[in-house]
Design a protein around this ligand. Sequence first.
Ligand code: NDP
Length: 484
Amino acid sequence: MTTDKYIKNYIDGALAPAVSGQYLDNYNPATGKVYSHLPDSDENDVQRAVEAAGRAFREWSTAEPRTRFRLLMRIADIIEQNMETFARAETMDSGKPLSMSMSVDIPRAQANFRFFATAVLQFGSESHHMPGEAINFTLRQPLGVVGCISPWNLPLYLFTWKIAPALATGNCVVGKPSELTPMTAYLLSKACIEAGLPPGVLNIVHGLGPKAGQAIVEHPKVKAISFTGGTATGQQIARTAAPVFKKLSLELGGKNPNIIFADCNFDEMMVGTLRSSFSNNGQICLCGPRIYVERPLYEKFRDELVKRTQFLKVGDPFSTVADLGALVSKQHLEKVQSYLSLAEVEGGTILCGGNRLEMQGEFENGYFLRPAVIEGLPLECRTNQEEIFGPVVSIAPFDTEAEAIALANGTQYGLSATVWTQDISRANRVAEQLQAGIVWVNCWMVRDLRTPFGGVKNSGVGREGGSEALRFFTEPKNVCVKYG
Ligand code: NDP
């Protein structure tokens, strides 16, 4: 399997350019140069994709679950066999270290297919017995044609996290990856062709969110939208889809707190906190950019965090020694830099990092930034309230458990939270009061695919993962049978 200079849409089982024949540039963030092109699709491409999906639906939805299982496992096998090609493509598109693409992104993408291929074989539904009178049972049927729209930060990982359960439950999919990171979705099209997935079951339309993405959301034959991305985009999607009663799953932004109590295991906490602060340059929705530390530990923590942050090696994402690669785009780099300037205006002190890396040769125009630690910012300021989604953390001390909880809950977001303490009672007490969809205690990013995944408040609506995803992609129908 190989990447190509001109990426194609995958519609009705075939690779094709956009109907308009137009292409967009695809940049390599490490060099700042265009290295490939993707179709600039519009509503005409989406129309073709939805029609193909509609045609494929009857056969796919009524196929034996084992047939779907075998095909999805075959796709997973092909991804696994081509792990390095996929991983190199992911790194080239996103700027993340190859080591991360090889150990996180692509393994997880194939695991998503395996997990949901298998899960659907175990998926049951309920019955409700009315003694002596009737029996109700719940049929869970696929929705039809569904839209799956994903962001650039974990490109294939999040795209397949939606596509796999949608297909496993018998839906046909029109998907759109981020315009910034289209290459692994293109390779996925090739994997589906090689696996023998019937035409139209999965369609991948590349292009701009407000054009191709919006056309998917607006299309009357698309019954549900599973979306991961920014909160403002989620609002726009809800505005479009809610009045026509489409089913919606919205996984949106975050500003996650990391609460560190003085009794924590310091070494484990430091390793975990460095990861939750700067993995993938802080461009993971689950990263913890707001760090609250119990006052007796604060100075020791601050000095150690600054020291370890300064040791992080930023550079060529294909190098084996790089901890951090490039940010995803010039626009995103500028957004992150603007928050660093704002932080100073808001009274913060940048303790380390925040400057653009001076690189030579092919990387001189790459989007590299040194990870930054800021202190001295109040909770209410924009730097602490708005999602930066970059290698920037803000640290502050707290005195009481109640204060820590109030600080943690003090934003519009509620995706995840992390708590470090050796006191199990406190851990449970705090976890119970945190406004978040996911709470990690003494760990971060430990993921079991069976668990519900999603956020509260402005971090989203609905849950993905395990049976939550299988339920989202099926319509429950109650059948009531009265005894004669
Ligand atoms: P965006 O919201 O900008 O884009 C997400 C996807 O939606 C992209 O494919 C984008 O296309 C598309 N899109 C944009 N506008 C529309 C529209 N009007 N209709 C339909 N689709 C549209 O997010 P980013 O790609 O910038 O990703 C970063 C964001 O994702 C962060 O806020 C992060 O927190 C969030 N995120 C949330 C996660 C969660 O699980 N809660 C997980 C990972 C990330 P295009 O790229 O062409 O603009």
